[in-house]
Design a protein around this ligand. Structure first.
Ligand SMILES: Nc1nc2c(ncn2[C@@H]2O[C@H](COP(=O)(O)OP(=O)(O)OP(=O)(O)O)[C@@H](O)[C@H]2O)c(=O)[nH]1
Ligand SMILES: [Mg+2]
Length: 419
């Protein structure tokens, strides 16, 4: 691609192999949980978390990207709600709920480099990085911020998409097909290994869906019988459209893994993690080499641009001969730009709805809306080796007491730090 536009004389350079060495993939596998509103993403996240802690004895690192959720049934290591105030975004920008969620996500994405830094730091210690997305699927899948977050995750660690399907709501062939088309569009957009997760199998087993995916004729029959029954599958011209679309989907199904789970009962979890292992293999085999080649290509293009700019700068300096080369107009322009930047920093603007951190409250930071990593959460699962007798102080508080010097011993023997 890059060679087509490269200037003459550089062709030889561009045909050489890129020198960047591919980075080894970290231990953790990223799972991005996407799905229609109410399909059970958050409950599924909760199930993954509890399954990993209790049955698989593996460590997850959890990110919540839904700014509007009021109650999370798990504790997230990084929570968008700690950084962006969704209600404030709606108020300040006069937005409705979906616009508010989208803007909150966009604001959070401006800080995603910090998130990625934290994830990368933990990706060697934990086994999975789980990511819950906002309820309205298109906010994540059709926004620039969703694409940035997905790409950033996928470049940092082996990542797959878990597409959650509300099985009881997809028993009609038309609904099933539109859900599959949506899944297909996400696969096409992200190009990441993909797992179809048929959720709520405690209410409706997913065998019908597997059969429709495996056997094209079975799906056709279901379509036809719905039509004969006078179901909701539309007028006659729809038949040929549905037939052609189901042929397209037939090809799509070949590249997918499908599992049935119940986030409510925990059924299907081992099968899901087996699919995740396969998805990781696929990432390493197909996605990673492409990514490394792209990174090498970009690095080569960047170094070519840098050396080009440097030679032009050297040529400019030779002509201008010294540092005082700014014209009065250029200096005035620079001053105006600095004043505008200062004004933006002082108040208003997008940054003003980002949550203020403790550090900022103390007035010592110039960076608003820090991302908070509650990583110590993973330590909660380290149970003490021996029980501490009731009424005695924990070792840390005793240590704190001895550090602070003064302690008060209560009537029942409890040790408190002196007021
Ligand atoms: N029976 C049953 N209900 C489930 C299951 N998983 C989720 N639910 C229910 O489905 C509803 C929606 O679940 P959530 O986990 O909030 O779904 P969500 O996709 O995160 O929802 P939004 O984020 O609001 O889009 C809740 O009432 C859950 O109790 C399941 O496996 N079985
Ligand atoms: Mg949710």
């Amino acid at each position: 691609m890059a060679t087509a536009s490269s200037p003459k004389g550089k062709e030889k350079e561009s045909t050489t192999q890129p020198t960047t060495t591919p980075t080894p993939s970290p231990n953790a596998t990223g799972i991005i949980v996407i799905g229609m509103a109410g399909s059970g993403k958050t409950t599924f996240m909760q199930r993954l978390n509890s399954y990993l802690h209790t049955s698989a004895h593996k460590q997850p690192y959890i990110l919540n990207l839904d700014p509007a959720v009021t109650h999370l049934p798990f504790s997230a290591n990084i929570d968008i709600r700690d950084t962006v105030d969704y209600a404030e975004v709606m108020k300040q920008y006069n937005l409705g709920p979906n616009g508010g969620i989208l803007t909150a996500l966009n604001l959070f994405t401006t800080k995603f480099d910090q998130v990625l830094g934290l994830v990368e730091k933990r990706a060697t210690e934990v086994d999975y990085v789980l990511l819950d997305t906002p309820g309205q699927i298109e906010i994540f899948t059709w926004s620039a911020s969703g694409a940035i977050i997905t790409d950033a995750m996928a470049s940092a660690l082996p990542t797959c998409v878990a597409y959650i399907i509300d099985t009881p709501r997809t028993t009609s062939p038309a609904t099933f097909m539109s859900n599959m088309l949506y899944a297909c569009s996400i696969l096409y957009k992200t190009r990441l290994p993909f797992i179809l997760v048929f959720n709520k199998t405690d209410v409706q087993p997913h065998s019908f869906a597997l059969e429709w995916m495996r056997d094209f004729e079975a799906f056709q029959e279901a379509l036809l019988s719905r039509r004969n029954e006078g179901g909701e599958d539309g007028p006659g011209y729809m038949d040929s459209l549905m037939n052609s679309m189901s042929l397209v989907l037939d090809e799509f199904y070949k590249h997918l893994r499908a599992v049935g789970v119940s986030a409510m009962t925990g059924e299907g979890m081992p099968e899901f993690f087996q699919a995740v292992d396969e998805a990781r293999e696929e990432y390493l085999k197909d996605y990673k080499p492409e990514l490394d080649a792209m990174i090498a290509e970009r690095a080569a293009a960047k170094s070519a641009t840098a050396s080009d700019s440097l030679s032009r700068l050297m040529a400019d300096m030779a002509v201008a001969g010294g540092p005082s080369t700014l014209t009065p107009e250029a200096r005035a322009h620079q001053a105006a730009a600095a004043a505008a930047a200062q004004k933006k920093k002082d108040g208003g603007g997008l940054e003003s709805v980002l949550q203020r951190t403790e550090e900022e409250e103390r007035g010592s930071s110039d960076d608003e809306g820090e991302v908070i990593d509650k990583s110590s959460r993973t330590d909660y699962y380290d149970l003490p080796t021996s029980r501490r007798p009731r009424g005695t102080a924990p070792p840390s508080s005793a240590a704190a007491g001895s550090r602070g010097g003064r302690q008060v011993v209560d009537d029942d023997g409890t040790v408190w730090p002196a007021p």
